[in-house]
Structures are given as structure tokens and as C-alpha cells.
Design a protein around this ligand. Sequence first.
Ligand code: ZN
Length: 259
Amino acid sequence: MAPSNPQPTTNNPQNKMIRTTIWNEYRHEKKNPKIAEIYPQGMHGAIASALSKDGDLKVRTATLDESEHGLTQDVVDNTDVFVWWGHMHHQDVTDPIVERVYKRIVVGGAGIVVLHSGHFSRIFKRLMGTTCDLKWREANDREILWVTRPGHPVVAGLDDHFILPAEEMYGEYFDIPEPETTFLISSFTGGEVFRSGCTWQRGAGKIVYFRPGHETYPTYHDKNVLKVIHNAVRWAAPNADLKSPTYGNRKTGWIDQAK
Ligand code: ZN
């Protein structure tokens, strides 16, 4: 997936490619021919191909049915930002892998971009500490996503709104901790609204939740959706000068140490 001619961008001032691991449950695409038709390479394949184009990300993919769900210690240690899509099989993701990814984010400073039904993933619930429950309806609602934080890097390059002609509805109340930033709010044909773009920091890591992406719609071919995911990966990447914090008993004060 590595692009042949990497070009640094202004959004990546350290001139270092962001090592991005796109994780997908990847079972719907194997079971449902209609979904396979929309995403012949899987949703992770569609996202990976789009995110590879600008040359600022080094993209790999990982899926549930691979050994250790594709998230070996080596892969996790060498990931700056995870992108996470799951739906029907969140419970198949094992404890050690959830813990490994959690530590990499909270202690190691990696970022994570949680997509759509990933709101119920074990890693997102662990990071949020709430039920992450919401209302939903599959009825081809038109979704309008309105920018509520103009100037935030995650919405760079967007107009003040964009439209998805048909999507699954997600409605409030969405049981998440109060976001540090809410950068998109959706409205749906049925009248419901939803906080579709949110950010948090947990420990050293940055977290983005981005709503669209029901598997039966071509949402991950939409240029605005892909732009938000790309922006979110750039924003969630660890700072180049990140140092591990120290903890525990500090026997002398700074003033004594300085003598
Ligand atoms: Zn869905």
C-alpha cells in the first residue's frame, strides 16, 4: 500500500509518514454479495486506497480473522494511528488485543479514528467508559453533515456542510462523554440529529469518532467522507516530541534537585 512517490504535506510538518493501520471486521463483505459489489477489496481496502494517494501516510490493513486480528505486538508498536470499523462481531476481539491497542493509545500516544458501528467496539467503549449506545434506523435517510468547528484541522477542505444521499440513521441521545470537540452534527430525513464528528484525548492518545459508513451504502467512496478520515488520521497522529511521562515517588523536590 505504500505510495511510490511520497510527498510531505503541510499537515505533516515533521516530514515523517504517519503509520496508519486500517482495521476492519471484514465479514459483511465476505458474506453479502451486494456489499462485496460496493467494496470488492473490503471497506478497509477502499479506505486504504484513498488514504494512500497523498503520500503522507504509510497505510496497512488488518482484519478480524487474521492471526491476532492482524494486530500483533509488532504491528501495534509500529502504528501511529488506527482506523477502526466493526459491527456484528465486536465480542470476537479478544481481551489481550483490546488491551494492547488501548495501551498503545493511552500510554504510547497513538491515535484512533473510530468509524460508524465501531461506536460499540470494545476498544471505543474502553476508551470512553460509557455505554456508547444510540438510536438507529435503516431506511435510506438522507444525511446532511454540518460543520460545527470551522478551522479545526479535521474539517480542513470541507464546505460548511456535505450530503450523503442515503445512509443509516444514528440519533441522539448518543451515550458518550462530553466531547472535547464536536466538529460535525448530522441531520436526517426523519428529523433526528447526531453528533457525527467528535474528539477526545485519553492519556497521551487522541481519539476521533466519525459516524458515516453503514456497510450497504457506498459511503467510503464519498470524497468528503474520505477527506474527513484522512484529516482525522493526520490530527490524531502522535506529536513528534512525545515523551513518556514519569510517575511514582519523587523523593526530593525540584528545588533540591536543581542545587
Ligand atoms: Zn450500520
